[in-house]
Design a protein around this ligand. Structure first.
Ligand code: GLY
Length: 563
């Protein structure tokens, strides 16, 4: 059965309850005003799954679990059960939480596994196919979130099972995505794949995923064991063994979530609560906020040459530190306290001179990909819980491999390791031995789920996909609100830019003000115009003004629902 209709993409402001959308006919909602229970995610049906849980008496954690599971069905490019993620939360009781369910390198992984006999990187191996996958953490992450939730897991997973079993209408962007990825899916999978069909996809076509529905049902029936042991685990390992992959049954059984201490620091009267290592995101965000504040960013007009130049120079320094110092703290020693200390950052930014471009070294670096490989969810509930979750398959559709019989896409997160010192990964990011592959080690991430507190109450819930552009996008959103006083809608939708030390290029979105681009170019910067940077999901709660505004990024099918 196929349902044809036109999906109307309109920006609507809602103030009324929405629940249980018709999966074959739905709109995107981009803005929400004065709702107290809000879910912002990359897909309307996933936001709706979260809202359904809130309306059933669940809290923000219930919504986070249901939304992630629904994204694994309706947003297969990045939503996942075959990947990993980070959750940062501030509970109504005032507890700050960071859950690390990042993928890990399998036990038989080794430092040189993506190098040929001569020691040269075989880069495609860490990006596509079964060998590219780390041991998935998402399902374990959902169960680690469950103690903070109120509803049974079987209720939280029910919308995802229904969407996988009965199908949903794909959006125009998804139809184009499936069509563009047809060849790569066919190359990497011997079995039929739900996302590939003989004739081209178009908006409104129904995607049904029976194998994924059965996998979700096993998780519903058997909990963690429904994924990490038994039928699903056997399917993963069979697929690995047939296709040069190395994930084993014991890798799956031994996977554990780590409860981390949040990275918390003050900024202009606010407290920023964000993700620590193994994400580089929290460290970079802290370095950027502190270095730009030292040079009085707020005095330089929004999107002006002076503002972009200062941020660019701070980004150059932060990403140079990332490459040199950062890795999984359970495996390598990282001088975090120094890296974010006022004294160190004062020295780092001391050479910044307005009007004078810095220079990165000449180390070979790759091209930044325009990809939406990761996905972010921002949630609040009326009780005062705030949850920011970013999860990832790494690249768009991860390793491009679907586990035969289980119907879900595996990540290609091994590419977030440094396959060889100085060799760029697919985001052009380089690293050294700190981020080298080792069995059981977590690869360095950039994901930056963040909650900004004012007087110990949630003020902002924010995050975005975008690889290395994640911390710089979260940074821009925070300063857009706090320093530049932009409306939440403008803070998200105004064009962004990005620099990451190597390559020595300022990337700007294609609608960035031309005068600023011209001035930077004249000054000596290499400026490259590119497509979208980030898909930011933002909630701003102003307790003084008694207002709540939520924004789903204009750059995709992103959607905000609430009541
Ligand atoms: N895979 C993108 C990240 O973790 O930063």
């Amino acid at each position: 059965m196929r349902f044809f209709y036109t999906i109307i993409f309109v920006a609507i402001t809602v103030n009324q309850a929405t629940a249980q959308l018709n999966p074959y006919n739905y709109n995107n909602i981009k803005l929400s005003d004065d709702q107290k229970n809000i879910v912002v995610s990359a897909h309307a049906l996933a936001s709706d799954a979260g809202v359904q849980m809130l309306q059933l008496g669940g809290n923000a954690f219930d919504a986070a679990i249901a939304t992630q599971l629904a994204l694994a069905v309706v947003y297969p490019g990045a939503g996942n059960i075959g990947g990993g993620g980070f959750l940062v939360a501030h509970t109504a009781k005032g507890e700050n939480i960071a859950l690390d369910y990042r993928e890990v390198a399998p036990a038989s992984a080794n430092k040189d596994m993506y190098l040929d006999d001569k020691g040269n990187p075989i880069t495609l191996l860490s990006m596509q196919g079964h060998l590219a996958s780390g041991v998935p953490g998402t399902v374990a992450g959902l169960f680690a979130t469950l103690p903070y939730a109120k509803l049974p897991f079987t209720t939280l997973i029910a919308p995802a099972i229904k969407l996988a079993k009965e199908g949903f209408a794909v959006t125009a962007a998804q139809a184009a995505d499936f069509n563009n990825s047809k060849a790569v899916f066919e190359k990497n999978n011997k079995q039929p794949v739900a996302f590939v069909k003989a004739i081209a996809w178009k908006a409104g076509d129904t995607l049904i995923q029976p194998q994924l529905a059965a996998t979700l049902q096993r998780i519903s029936d058997f909990g963690l064991k429904g994924f990490y042991e038994g039928t699903t685990a056997t399917m993963i390992v069979n697929a690995m063994q047939k296709n040069n992959g190395i994930i084993s049954l014991s890798d799956l059984k031994n996977y554990t979530v780590k409860k981390r201490v949040v990275m918390k620091f003050g900024y202009k009267g606010y407290d920023i609560v964000t993700m620590p290592l193994p994400s580089s995101g929290g460290i970079i965000l802290q370095q950027l906020l502190k270095m730009t504040a030292l040079k009085n960013l707020a005095s330089k007009p929004f999107q002006s040459t002076a503002s972009v130049q200062l941020i660019t120079e701070a980004e150059r320094l932060a990403f140079a530190d990332r490459a040199e110092y950062l890795g999984d703290p359970d495996f390598v020693k990282v001088p975090v306290t120094t890296l974010v200390s006022d004294g160190y950052l004062k020295k780092r930014i001391a050479n910044y001179t307005e009007g004078k471009p810095g220079k990165s070294s000449n180390t070979t670096a790759g091209i930044i990909k325009e990809s939406e490989q990761t996905t972010h969810i921002s949630i609040i509930d009326a009780a005062g819980n705030a949850v920011a979750v970013t999860t990832t398959l790494n690249d768009h559709f991860g390793s491009k491999t679907i586990i035969d019989g289980a119907g879900f896409i595996m990540n290609n997160e091994m590419d977030d390791f440094s396959v060889k010192p100085g060799v760029p990964n697919m985001y052009g990011a380089i690293g050294n031995d700190k981020n080298a592959i080792a069995p059981g080690k977590r690869m360095l991430s950039s994901m930056t789920p963040t909650i900004v507190l004012k007087n110990n109450q949630p003020f902002m819930v924010v995050g975005t996909p975008g690889g290395t552009t994640i911390p710089t996008s979260v940074f821009q959103t925070i300063v857009n609100v706090i320093d530049y006083k932009l409306s939440p809608q403008n803070a998200v939708n105004q064009p962004k830019f990005h620099h990451q030390w190597l390559p020595d290029v300022v990337y700007v979105e294609n609608d960035y003000p031309q005068t600023t681009i011209n001035n930077l170019t004249k000054m000596g910067y290499t400026v490259t115009v590119r497509g979208n940077i980030g898909r930011t999901e933002l909630i701003v709660i102003d307790n003084k003004q008694k207002t709540v505004h939520a924004v789903a990024d204009k750059r995709g099918d992103d959607d905000v629902r609430g009541y």
